[in-house]
Design a protein around this ligand. Structure first.
Ligand code: AHR
Length: 515
C-alpha cells in the first residue's frame, strides 16, 4: 500500500517535471484551395521616426558603406532578398504633419522641420518624394504613400498625386521635370490620412468618413495609375469605427480600410515591458495579446461582410507588431527596441493569422523596417544586423501570391496559471509550381508537438524544411553576435504513406516545402 502510493506520487512528480507529449492530427486540404494570399500582406513601413529614415535608410555622405546617393545599399540588398512587396511612407503620425512640397527641389534650399511627434528633433527634408521613390525602385517594391488629412488640404493632396502620377503638361509635371523626373511614377497605394481618430486629427468616425470622401474625390486617377485608396480604419477593437466607415463610404470609393493593432507585452501602454528581459509570464501575455489579432480580424471582417459581402474592400492592417519599452539609454521618442526569438514567434503567428484570412486581409505593414519597433534590420554606424523577425519574413516569402490551403486541426493548449492560448498555429499554401508550403509556429516554450496530417489532393514525394529557434526566448542577434539566430535546416519531417509527420520543437517556427 505504502509502496503503491510512493510509486504513484513519484509518477505524478515525474509527469509534472517531464515535458508533456502534445500531439495533433490534422487535414491539409489540397482539394479546395481558398483565396490567394496576397504578397502585399508582407508589406513594410518606414516612417520619419527615430533612425528609420535618417541614419537608417538615408545616411550621411561621409558614412563608409555602399550607397546610391545617400541610400544605404546593404539594407536594400537585405530587403530585396525577402522580396518586400510594398513600403509605406512617410508615416504614421508623421504623415499628417508632412507637407510634401518641403521635400522636393534642391536639398540645400529645403526648409528644416521639427518632428513634433517623434523626439522633437529637426530634420532637413533631404529625404522627400524623389528620394523615397528612388528607394522603392532600388528595392523593386511598390510605394504606399500616406497623404496628409490632419493638417493638409484637399488641394495639397490632389497636387501631390498629380505631381507623382500625371503625364499631361501642367505646373506640377513641369516642376517634377525641373526636379529631375520627367516620367510619372504611377504610385498606386494611397493612404487618405493616418490614425485620424488620434494623432491624425482626433476625428469622430462620422466626421472622418465625410472628410475621406472629399480628399478621395480629388486624389485623381491618372493613366496607368488607378489609385488604390486606403481609408483610415479602426484602432484595435473600435468596431464602431469600422461600422460607420462601411455604412457611410461606398465600397467603390475605397480599395481598403485599415486596422492598427500593436502587441504590447504587458498589455499596458505605461510600462510596456522590456524587449529582452522578460519571464515566461510576460511571454505568455505577449502571445495572448498577439493572438488577439485573430479575433480583431474576424470581427472587423464580419462587420465589413454586412456592407460588402463580395469582399471588394480589403482589410489593410497597415500597422502591426510588438511594441516594447525602448532600449535603455536611447531616446524615448525614437522607439528603438531589440528583437528576440519572441519577436519571431509574434511575427510568424501574426502572418499565419493574416494568411488564414486572405479573403479579406490583402495588405499589411509591419512597424517598422529599420531601427524602429519590430524592425527587420538594426544598424550601428557601419554595421547592420538582421533580426529574428527578418528571418521569419524570409521563411514565409514562399506564401506570396500562393493559393491558400485550409488546414483543419485542433490545437493543444499552452497554459500559464489558469489562462490558456493555442500552442500551435499553422497556415499552408500552394504556389504556381505546385509546391505546397506549410508554416508552423509552436509557441509552447517547453513542449514539442507531434504533428500528423492527412493530405487529400496534395501530390508530393519529398519534404524539406527550415527552422528558426534558439535556446532561450530572450535570445537576440547583437552587433557582436549578428548570427546568433538564423535559419537552419530542419529534418524532423517525413512522409508516411500519404501522411505528413512532423516533430515540432518547443518555441520554434518551421516552414516545410512538399513537392
Ligand atoms: O508606428 C509608430 C506609430 O504608431 C505611428 O506613427 C502611428 O500611426 C501609430 O500610433
Amino acid at each position: 500500500m505504502k509502496k503503491a502510493s510512493l510509486f504513484l506520487s513519484a509518477g505524478l512528480l515525474l509527469s509534472s517535471l517531464l515535458p508533456a507529449q502534445l500531439s495533433v492530427n490534422a487535414i491539409v486540404d489540397g482539394q479546395n484551395p481558398a483565396a490567394v494570399i496576397s504578397r502585399h500582406i508582407y508589406g513594410h513601413f518606414s516612417e520619419h521616426l527615430g533612425r528609420c529614415i535618417y541614419d537608417g535608410f538615408w545616411v550621411s555622405d561621409t558614412l563608409q558603406v555602399p550607397k546610391k546617393d545617400r541610400i544605404r545599399l546593404d539594407i536594400v540588398e537585405a530587403l530585396k532578398k525577402i522580396n518586400i512587396p510594398n513600403l509605406r511612407w512617410p508615416g504614421g503620425c508623421f504623415a499628417d504633419e508632412y507637407h510634401w512640397r518641403d521635400g522636393i527641389g534642391p536639398r540645400n534650399q529645403r526648409p528644416y522641420m521639427v518632428n513634433t511627434n517623434w523626439g522633437g528633433v529637426s530634420e532637413d527634408n533631404s529625404f522627400g518624394t524623389h528620394e523615397f521613390l528612388e528607394l522603392c525602385t532600388l528595392l523593386k517594391t511598390e510605394p504606399y504613400i500616406s497623404g496628409n488629412v490632419g493638417s493638409g488640404t484637399v488641394e495639397e493632396m490632389a497636387k501631390w498625386v498629380e505631381y507623382l502620377n500625371s503625364d499631361a503638361k501642367s505646373t506640377m509635371t513641369d516642376l517634377r521635370a525641373q526636379n529631375g523626373r520627367t516620367e510619372p511614377w504611377s504610385v498606386k497605394f494611397w493612404g487618405v490620412g493616418n490614425e485620424s481618430w488620434g494623432c491624425g486629427g482626433n476625428m469622430t468616425p462620422d466626421y472622418y468618413a465625410d472628410q475621406y470622401k472629399r480628399y478621395a474625390v480629388y486624389a485623381r486617377n491618372y493613366k496607368n495609375a488607378r489609385l488604390m485608396k486606403i481609408a483610415c480604419g479602426a484602432s484595435s477593437s473600435d468596431y464602431n469605427w469600422t461600422e460607420v466607415m462601411m455604412k457611410k463610404v461606398h465600397v467603390n470609393e475605397m480599395w481598403g480600410l485599415s486596422l492598427h493593432h500593436y502587441t504590447i507585452p504587458t498589455g499596458s501602454w505605461g510600462k510596456k515591458g522590456s524587449a529582452t528581459a522578460f519571464d515566461e509570464k510576460e511571454y505568455f501575455t505577449t502571445m495572448k495579446n498577439c493572438l488577439y489579432m485573430e479575433e480583431l480580424v474576424t470581427r472587423h471582417s464580419t462587420i465589413m461582410d454586412k456592407y460588402d459581402p463580395n469582399k471588394k474592400v480589403a482589410l489593410a492592417v497597415d500597422e502591426w507588431g510588438i511594441w516594447t519599452d525602448v532600449e535603455p539609454g536611447t531616446n524615448p521618442g525614437f522607439l528603438y527596441q531589440q528583437n528576440s526569438l519572441r519577436d519571431a514567434i509574434v511575427a510568424a503567428s501574426t502572418l499565419n493569422i493574416f494568411n488564414n484570412h486572405s479573403d479579406r486581409v490583402r495588405l499589411a505593414n509591419l512597424a517598422q523596417t529599420v531601427n524602429v519597433l519590430q524592425a527587420l534590420v538594426l544598424t550601428q554606424g557601419r554595421q547592420i544586423l538582421l533580426t529574428p523577425t527578418y528571418h521569419v519574413f524570409d521563411l514565409f516569402k514562399v506564401h506570396h501570391d500562393a493559393k491558400r490551403l485550409n488546414v483543419n486541426f485542433s490545437s493543444p493548449m499552452y497554459k500559464n496559471g489558469d489562462a490558456t492560448v493555442p500552442a500551435l498555429n499553422i497556415s499552408a499554401s500552394q504556389d504556381s509550381t505546385g509546391a505546397v508550403h506549410i508554416s508552423f509556429v509552436n509557441i509552447d516554450p517547453a513542449n514539442k508537438i507531434s504533428f500528423r496530417a492527412a493530405m487529400p489532393g496534395v501530390k508530393w514525394t519529398t519534404v524539406k524544411g527550415q527552422i528558426l529557434t534558439s535556446a532561450k526566448l530572450t535570445d537576440v542577434n547583437s552587433f557582436d553576435k549578428p548570427e546568433n539566430l538564423k535559419i537552419q535546416p530542419f529534418s524532423s519531417a517525413k512522409k508516411e504513406g500519404n501522411e505528413l509527420v512532423v516533430e515540432l520543437p518547443a518555441k520554434s517556427v518551421v516552414v516545410l516545402e512538399l513537392r
